[in-house]
Design a protein. Structure first.
Lengths: 267, 594, 225
């Protein structure tokens, strides 16, 4: 039975590796400027994890095969090098490997979080609330009007609680249910939570950030490919969490200019 | 370490009444078995809840027969509503993490075997020990109560992130009484844990018998010692957190709820609270908790493997040091649950380094296990199969941790099924396999009868293949961006993945059904199993030197004296290839620690 | 050819030693067989000492958690309103610290009683009663601090400062009440002349810790609220 078990471990390990090797399921194609570093990191990690996984499962299977049963006449033996060798192997092989991953990974993280947005990045605000995303563009004046929480009303479609009668800056704000951005243009995303924690996850854009009620956050990114993508909520926010999504439309600059004009007219 | 610490706790004689013997018992062995029973009840509940979840994920509109009996509002016409799915999910996780993984490998086996492994008559504070079980039992009942009160249990996940958890009923079904009941149950659970640590730690430090130095303690007892220290310092942080949560609910405070929140077009009255504060407090507890769930299993399977390999581990001390390192590091890594939470991105980098570092002691432990198999004479039985299976599962679970330790990769994998795969491999399957291994190994000692080994092997084979079939595909789902905690997949890019979910569901139902083989074996063996000898596995540690099951005071009044390290196998003695710890026989021993 | 071992080799089941005659139930039975109730053990088992450190570690972690909650909450929003601590708190502090002094006096008295003639004239429990009394005065004093705040319109949820004030004083107060229950247990044992030294020692550590913890909380409240 031991030999069968050893073979089973081996088969499971190999079968598990097949979809990875064949790339059957994989992240969406990256359409961001910063995503390459993340993808490289993922690929490096996959190699290291894959090799560690296969090597250790194979070793486990081999030893189970080889050293099961009474085998009368054979004495019990100790692994050559004993524990010290293995500790050294763990520290050197695994330790160095994971540290390298960690240090190289800082670069990918820094590209998103430790670099400021450019001065002419297009500002877009996203508000997450149970169970929809709403987006706001500042309009020609370039400033967002203040949010009056007590005036937020889904019933009246005043999602941001804007007071267009008293606040000059709010008059030209454009609120939409879909996010459209021009391709190859840096976007400065302002994130605001209306009620509970949500998250802004766009796999294709390699962006993933929680909304924090009480703390407005900013992100910046640039999309490099025209197309329609999905923004999904990934932080449990209530019964409608599974259905909380919006479309991200990446368009040419010209199409975007048309779109924003149309949206302004609908306000 | 002096002679007078040879004997244990209170000088209670053997109980005579039924209630004192089986219900309110001061005997650590009975308390251990009570905890085991509680864990068994909880795992059945958790497993059934998982079936409900899995069926729904594969076939969203399927009417599960009888579900309306559990909740009329949650499952009208037997089809589960979105909110009820989340409520079931929350209860599944809560029961499993608290009432199974903290109870069975730790409180159950620990209570039964720590005094025996230390050569003591009982725990030092048997009344507190009895209270620890009953407190945990009350917590269990309170948690169950949430199914039947108001609009059902809370739906916020076992992690109960604020403000969803703190706003009250306005945030959703189950977020009123459901949260308060959950938090109350958890607070009671924390008290039970403290009463347990109050016994485990002094027993191990102070009540060891003559000759039993710390290094002569068997590995499970070291594991329980390390786990008790973690439990002591982490549950005592969870309790303040849930107290603050309860206050936000019932007293109108705003610890976790900031100002200006609007739900249902109503401005909420709270002001000034910090959302992230909950996450910091919770995960400071939460990360050590997952090591509390796995470290006892590591100790148990090491113990089982050594007995079945007929040789000790390559290094007893390094295993202990590594488990200790895991415990210490576990407090420094908790922020890896919060990489994209909105906390300072520099903190994310800071937390990622200890997280990567923690792979080192984990790897050392795994390599020592595998290296110890070299040159062994592995006996194959149900207990050793589950122990070997544990190693394979822990490797898989640990390796997926490489990905999640890095903030940049979490941008893709945070809150996806990749995370679900990772924690199920390490906690749900590796830790459960540790419980099974311990059960098959120690059942003879605890209940005085042998379990059926053939059924045990069938249970193993079907479970091992089954759990890989359930959880390995979840890694792929995560890579493809399948977000977790969704009750259905209406997102465009997730549509192609539904077929994988259906496969997983079939595997889950199959594997769940297989567990009834274990339950049948357990019950049948309990009453009709072959009577067990004192030492069915030719083990060396002190539990094998006493009858199966042991008498009330464990050692029958004799003063135990220990002469050897716990794992003297592969020697030549009058008993065979092993010498028991309390045997005065002088033999050429292996790896005698100085 | 079988290469696996299905069952372990059959070995004669080991015969356990016959259980001995019922003894004292182990060394923890502190009543000697001659039934003399005046025998008080000086060397109590160590577990209670370790046990009390376990308890103190847990309490420390809990208050560390509450402290970090306070610090984070203070920084989270600009709604922190200064709260003037009622003066009675400082008197309460003196009372609690005095109770630690009386406890130490009690310990010495009990040691003399235990180590020498066990005459009732020594009234070893007297200073324990005083300690208990001071403990009760402390708790009442804390409650009266609450009443003062309530008369100013400051309740649990009024503002974050008041929330933490009530929370921290209440949790500490509950632990002091728990200590009083422990003290009752100690006094009862002493009156039956079966008090172990380590029981009294462990209780003392707990009680002194309550004092130290209170001084810490007072400083925290004074500096932060």
């Amino acid at each position: 039975m031991a030999k069968l078990f050893a073979v089973t471990i081996l088969v499971i390990a190999i079968v598990s590796a097949i979809p990875i090797v064949r790339n059957t399921w994989h992240p969406m194609e990256d359409i961001s400027t910063h995503g390459q570093a993340i993808d490289d990191q993922l690929s490096d990690t996959m190699w290291e994890a894959g090799i560690s996984f296969l090597a250790s499962q194979i070793l486990l299977a081999w030893f189970i095969w080889r050293f099961s049963g009474d085998r009368p006449g054979e004495k019990t033996k100790t692994f050559p090098g004993g524990a010290k060798g293995l500790v050294a192997a763990a520290i050197v092989l695994v330790g160095v490997e994971v540290f390298a991953l960690g240090i190289f990974g800082v670069k990918a993280w820094a590209a998103i979080y430790f670099t400021p947005p450019g001065a002419d990045a297009l500002p877009v605000q996203v508000q997450a609330g149970q169970f929809a995303f709403y987006f706001r563009y500042p309009g020609p004046d370039g400033t967002f009007g203040p949010i009056h929480p007590e005036q937020i009303s889904e019933a009246n479609a005043n999602f941001y609680g804007l007071d267009t009668t008293h606040d000059q800056d709010s008059k030209d704000d454009i609120v939409t249910a879909e996010m459209a951005i021009p391709v190859n243009r840096e976007i400065r995303l302002l994130m605001h939570a209306k009620d509970v924690s949500h998250s802004f996850y766009v796999p294709a854009l390699r962006i993933h950030q929680d909304f924090v009620p009480g703390l407005d956050l900013q992100l910046h990114f640039t999309a490099t490919k025209v197309g329609k993508y999905e923004i999904v909520c990934s932080q449990l926010c209530g019964l409608g969490h599974y259905n909380m999504k919006a479309y991200l439309d990446v368009m040419s600059q010209a199409d975007y200019d048309n779109w924003i004009k149309q949206q302004a007219a609908l306000q | 370490m002096h002679d007078t610490s040879a004997h244990a706790a209170a000088h209670h004689g053997p109980p005579t009444s039924f209630i004192r013997k089986h219900i309110f018992s001061l005997d650590h062995k009975v308390i251990g078995k009570q905890y085991y029973g509680l864990g068994l009840a909880a795992v059945i509940i958790g497993m059934v809840l998982s079936w409900i979840m899995r069926i729904h994920l594969g076939w969203t509109n399927y009417a599960i027969p009888g579900l309306h009996l559990l909740s009329k509002t949650g499952a009208p016409g037997d089809v589960i509503t979105p909110e009820y799915y989340l409520q079931v999910m929350t209860m599944h996780a809560t029961f499993m993490v608290f009432f199974v993984l903290t109870v069975a490998p730790f409180a159950a086996f620990g209570n039964f075997f720590i005094p025996i492994h230390t050569g003591a008559e009982d725990m030092p504070f048997p009344h507190f020990n009895m209270m620890s079980f009953w407190t945990t039992f009350v917590a269990f009942c309170v948690m169950l109560l949430s199914f039947f009160v108001g609009d059902g249990p809370t739906l916020g996940g076992w992690t109960q992130y604020a403000p969803l958890s703190a706003l009250g009923p306005v945030a959703g079904p189950g977020q009123g009484s459901g949260v308060v009941i959950w938090a109350t149950s958890i607070a009671i659970f924390c008290v039970g844990q403290l009463f347990g640590a109050l016994n485990f730690i002094p027993n191990i430090l102070d009540l060891r018998c003559k000759g039993m130095s710390m290094w002569r303690l068997p590995l499970p007892t070291w594991a329980w010692f390390i786990t008790s220290c973690m439990g002591l310092t982490s549950f005592s942080v969870l309790m303040p957190a849930v107290i603050l949560l309860i206050l936000d609910h019932v007293a109108g405070t705003s610890f976790f709820v900031p100002s200006n929140l609007v739900l249902n077009d109503q401005l909420q009255p709270h002001s000034g609270g910090s959302t992230l504060l909950w996450q910091h407090l919770f995960w400071f507890f939460g990360h050590p908790e997952v090591y509390i769930a796995i470290v006892p299993g590591m100790g148990i399977i090491s113990h089982v493997l050594i007995t079945n390999m007929r040789k000790p581990m390559l290094s007893h001390r390094i295993l202990v040091y590594s488990m200790g390192a895991l415990a210490v590091l576990s407090y420094m890594v908790y922020g890896h649950h919060m990489f994209v939470s909105g906390m300072n991105p520099v903190s994310s980098i800071a937390f990622s380094f200890p997280t990567l570092l923690i792979t080192i002691p984990s790897t050392i432990i795994v390599l020592i296990w595998i290296g110890s198999l070299y040159g062994a004479k592995i006996r194959i039985n149900a207990a050793s199969l589950f122990a070997l299976g544990f190693i394979s599962l822990f490797i898989t679970g640990g390796v997926s941790g490489f990905f999640l330790a890095q903030p940049s990769i979490q941008i893709l994998l945070h809150a996806t099924y990749f995370v679900v795969a990772h924690f199920h491999f390490t906690m749900a399957i590796a830790a459960i396999f540790g419980i099974f291994s311990g059960t098959y190994f120690w059942f003879p000692k605890m209940w005085g009868r042998m379990m059926n080994d053939t059924l045990g092997k069938v249970h193993f084979w079907l479970s091992f293949i089954g759990v890989y079939a359930i959880f390995m595909p979840m890694h792929y789902l995560g890579l493809a961006g399948n977000v977790r905690r969704y009750q259905a997949f209406v997102v465009d890019y997730m549509q192609p993945l539904v077929g994988v979910h259906q496969f997983i569901t079939i595997a889950a139902l199959f594997t769940g059904a297989v567990q009834f083989i274990f339950i049948y074996n357990f019950i049948h063996s309990r009453f009709w199993g072959e009577p067990a000898p004192d030492n069915p596995w030719q083990g060396t540690s002190l539990e094998w030197s006493i009858p199966s099951p042991p008498p009330h005071d464990n050692f029958g009044g004799r003063h135990v004296v220990v002469y050897h390290d716990p794992y003297q196998y592969g020697v030549q003695s009058s008993t065979g290839d092993y010498v028991m710890q309390d045997s005065p026989e002088q033999v050429k021993t292996i790896n005698e620690e100085p | 050819m079988a290469t696996t071992v299905q069952q372990p080799p059959k070995v004669e089941p080991r015969r356990s030693p016959q259980p001995g005659p019922p003894g004292n139930g182990g060394f923890r039975n502190l009543l000697p067989n001659d039934g003399s109730l005046r025998a008080v053990q000086d060397h109590a088992p160590a577990p209670s000492k370790t046990g009390i450190w376990v308890v103190l570690a847990a309490i420390t972690m809990s208050f560390a958690a509450f402290t970090s909650a306070l610090v984070v909450r203070q920084g989270a929003a600009p709604d922190w309103h200064h709260l003037t601590l009622p003066n009675i708190l400082f008197w309460n502090t003196l009372v609690l610290l005095a109770s630690s002094v009386t406890l130490e006096l009690a310990r010495r008295r009990v040691a003399v009683f235990m180590g020498g003639p066990r005459t009732v004239d020594l009234s070893p429990a007297r200073w324990l009663y005083v300690t208990a009394f001071l403990g009760v005065v402390f708790v009442i004093g804390q409650y009266s601090a609450w009443l003062q705040l309530r008369s100013q319109g400051l309740y649990l949820a009024t503002n974050p400062n008041s929330s933490f004030f009530y929370l921290l004083t209440a949790i500490h107060g509950l632990h002091v009440l728990g200590g009083l229950i422990g003290l009752t247990y100690v006094i009862r044992k002493l009156n039956r002349v079966v008090l172990r030294r380590t029981t009294l020692d462990s209780f003392s550590y707990y009680w002194h810790f309550m004092g130290i913890l209170w001084v810490y909380l007072l400083l925290l409240l004074w500096m932060r609220l």
